[in-house]
Design a protein around this ligand. Structure first.
Ligand code: FAD
Length: 333
């Protein structure tokens, strides 16, 4: 469908020359099309369905491009309207404010493609591919190297940005290169050294560059049954030690070396502590779970409460691993 065919939902090219407010008001039926593409831009799109916490308000504008051209068009659109841009992967490490997010949210989850290169043992994947699905696919092929990642419910893009890890392995160990799109529209291929990886962090965090694809070094040629068994074992271990039965973002805080954040929180007597629908998980104290009907503000206030209590008991200030986006009231009653 072209923009001109999208009768009733058309955001004409000329809208780009108007100011932001006029453009948003030109939305008919809450849907407009990204000029020159068939990408729908939704206005006030609820983000709770797109985050693993299942909380949060809406995106002022939301688009989910499927390819590089549409991504570039999305960035150009935001630039011309001076809209702030937020990148969303699977939303499994995000706490979105109840007030939502201003500007354009670009979701990369529909960026899909993958290639297992038998010659080199390299897997090249688009940013929107699911990490656990890749772990299972690699296992089915008898490729070792991704077994550890089976319990991480994010996308390739999010994992590269977060330097996701588990079971003593992380993205940094296996990444050959990442392709990133700069705000000026140019593509760069960066090595792990250029990404400045440290524990659960990279230079891409808080920046404006977008991961479009990544290449990982794996080890083909193993017996699929063995790789599947190890992958299953990791999944089983996580299911028995972490609360996968309620919405969460995984570990809320970084482990403050040499301590485990979960242990510090548990020793502070906070397991089971609840604010609204948000609870410190009984199974793992570094998880905050949404027991039903939680607001983002409940989770935010629980995070603040944990920080204060742990500081008082241990003189350690826990740094959140979860990314909080949008506005949060600094004072919790
Ligand atoms: C039950 C559960 C278990 C978890 N276990 C683990 C674990 O064992 N280890 C671990 O490391 N994490 C874990 N996590 C956290 C989370 O899954 C990881 O951090 C994951 O890598 C986030 O990926 P995502 O696609 O969901 O990113 P999002 O949560 O959508 O985004 C995270 C950050 O990356 C940015 N981003 C996302 N995609 C892109 C892109 N393409 N380009 C540029 N920026 C981007 C976002 O703007 C944001 O700042 C867990 C989460 C849950 C819910």
């Amino acid at each position: 469908m072209t923009t001109s065919q999208a009768v009733g939902n058309v955001c004409t090219i000329s809208a780009l020359t108007t100011n932001k407010q006029e453009t948003i008001n030109s939305v008919d039926g809450n849907v407009i099309y990204l000029p020159g593409t068939d990408c729908v831009i939704k206005s006030q799109a609820s983000l709770s369905a797109f985050t693993s916490y299942r909380v949060g308000g809406g995106a002022e504008l939301y688009v989910a491009p499927r390819n590089l051209e549409a991504l570039q068009a999305s960035i150009k659109y935001a630039k011309e309207l001076a809209l702030p841009v937020t990148i969303l992967g699977a939303g499994s490490n995000l706490l979105v404010s109840d007030q939502g997010i201003p500007g354009l949210v670009i979701a990369t989850r529909h960026f899909r493609s993958k290639h297992f290169d038998q010659q080199t043992g390299q897997l090249t994947v688009a940013a929107g591919e699911s990490i656990p699905s890749l772990a299972w696919e690699a296992a089915d092929l008898g490729w070792q190297g991704l077994e550890w990642a089976v319990g991480i419910p994010g996308t390739v893009g999010g994992a590269v940005v977060m330097n996701a890890g588990a079971h003593n392995s992380c993205i940094e160990d296996m990444l050959v290169s990442a392709e990133v799109l700069s705000p000026d529209g140019t593509l760069e291929t960066l090595t792990p050294a250029e990404l400045g990886y440290k524990y659960r962090t990279s230079l891409l965090q808080g920046g404006k560059r977008i991961v479009t694809q990544a290449t990982f070094q794996l080890q083909p040629g193993a017996d699929p049954a063995l790789v599947i068994a190890t992958t299953k074992q990791h999944k089983k271990h996580r299911l028995s030690t972490q609360p996968y039965n309620f919405p969460s973002c995984g570990s809320v805080f970084r482990n403050p070396n040499p301590y485990s954040a979960g242990w510090l929180i548990e020793q502070a007597g906070l397991k089971g502590y609840q604010i609204g629908g948000a609870q410190v998980a009984l199974l793992h104290a570094n998880f905050i779970v949404n027991r039903g009907g939680a607001k983002a503000s409940d989770i935010f206030c629980l995070i603040s409460h944990i920080q204060r209590e742990v500081q008082e008991r241990w003189s350690i200030w826990l740094e959140p691993e979860v990314k909080m986006i949008g506005e949060f009231q600094p004072v919790c009653l």
